[in-house]
Design a protein around this ligand. Structure first.
Ligand code: ZN
Ligand code: ZN
Ligand code: ZN
Ligand code: ZN
Length: 404
């Protein structure tokens, strides 16, 4: 039985590997060599050279489907020749371009595999590098922190045990430091004006440590507000404290409680001196006279959800009103509060004023209020309630952003 071309090509591949002469030489006259194709077979081969080349080039690399395709092409070509039909050039051409495409995609696949490998290797390299940099940074940060702690220990005042945040740093002739406020206190207690160094008891003298000042001005200081863990650089310290969540503020109601800024909302929800929204304010016959009155602070929000408190007081027949923002001075700058005083019966607004809200702070001083109105002004329009015999009026406020 005749061997199929595929079998022959496979066989030849084995032979080539074994060092047997290539097809070209067979064609030149070495036909008949055992195991190699005969002249008749070579004719076949010439017709289907493209097929053959492809098989020998790809050999075992080709998939079963590819081989099947090549085989069927081989059969087709053979049939055509047997029936005397000429092999059409374009069919062969089409077939060859299929081969080229096949080869190209194979090459591209190899190329992509190679590039993928390279990318993976690079990624691994970068990952390792960034890990090393991170480790180095952590180490340097730790060293820096150690140095800062050492410096802080060295310039800590031996009296109040605090790291001064402001110069000058007084020092004794030996070099021991004391903070300025403590030295001042020691001075007022000293006998005959002789101030001793709290560390070595030598007279302090007028020495100032410029080194300590440089250290103070170039280090981060722990924020002094209770609860705040932040380390803030000397230059940013004041700015931080003005907006620190733990800065001390007084209740915007009249309970006088001091608390951290971040606790105000929670406190206001339960404080007896704060209410939600605006209500009718009343004055009894006695209160209308010279009595001082403080109404509960009324909590409200603007469209952005910021919290405000409207404070209303009466002292010496003068009404004072203010809008306090649960926010910083800078935040208040961008806002405008509009306060309206009205008759709750007729709804007639008889007084309306606009001013900047003030930021919540450590104290409430009604005398600094933004809006001051005499009782006689309000009394002209307020409502006299026949039933309760009280005088009634409402004060409402809204806050909006100042448009530049
Ligand atoms: Zn001190
Ligand atoms: Zn000393
Ligand atoms: Zn702070
Ligand atoms: Zn309160």
């Amino acid at each position: 039985m005749e061997e199929s071309l595929l079998e022959r090509v496979m066989k030849r591949k084995v032979e080539e590997e074994a060092g047997v002469t290539k097809v070209a030489r067979v064609m030149e006259g070495e036909a008949g060599v055992t195991g190699l194709p005969t002249e008749g077979e070579l004719k076949d081969r010439l017709l289907i050279e493209g097929v053959e080349n492809a098989i020998s080039r790809y050999g075992v690399k080709m998939s079963v489907d590819d081989i099947e395709e090549v085989k069927s092409k081989e059969m087709e070509l053979k049939d055509r020749e047997e029936t005397g039909e000429k092999v059409e050039n374009d069919a062969e051409y089409k077939y060859r371009s299929l081969e080229i495409k096949l080869q190209r995609s194979e090459d591209e696949k190899e190329q992509m595999k190679h590039e993928l490998k390279k990318v993976t290797q690079n990624m691994q390299k970068y990952e390792n590098q960034s890990k090393k940099i991170q480790e180095k940074n952590t180490l340097e940060m730790e060293n820096y922190k150690k140095v800062v702690v050492k410096l802080q220990e060295k310039i800590e005042c031996p009296v109040c045990l605090e790291v001064p945040r402001e110069g000058p740093m007084p020092c004794c002739p030996v070099g021991h430091l004391t903070c300025s406020p403590c030295l001042e206190r020691l001075g007022t207690q000293a006998r005959q004006g002789r101030v001793e160094c709290p560390t070595c008891r030598e007279p302090m003298g007028e020495g100032r440590s410029s080194l300590a000042r440089i250290v103070i001005e170039n280090m981060a200081h722990q924020c002094s507000f209770e609860g705040c863990e932040e380390m803030v650089h000397y230059n940013d310290y004041g700015q931080h404290q003005a907006v620190c969540r733990f800065r001390r503020v007084v209740c915007p109601g009249d309970c006088d409680l001091l608390m951290a800024f971040c606790e105000v909302k929670k406190h206001a929800a339960t404080c007896q001196e704060v209410s939600r929204g605006f209500g009718v304010k009343t004055l009894t016959q006695e209160e209308k006279q010279d009595t001082d009155v403080k109404w509960v602070s009324e909590m409200f929000s603007d469209v952005n959800g910021a919290t405000f408190f409207l404070q209303t007081n009466k002292e010496d027949n003068i009404f004072s009103m203010d809008v306090v923002m649960l926010g910083s001075k800078d935040e208040c700058k961008e806002l405008s509060a509009e306060v309206s005083i009205a008759n709750p019966d007729t709804k007639n607004v008889f007084h309306r004023t606009t001013f900047s809200p003030r930021p919540i702070s450590v104290s409430n001083n009604p005398r600094d209020s933004s809006l001051v109105v005499r009782q006689s002004t309000i009394a002209r329009y307020w409502n006299y309630n026949q039933k309760t015999k009280n005088y009634e009026f409402t004060v409402t406020a809204k806050v909006h952003r100042v448009t530049a």
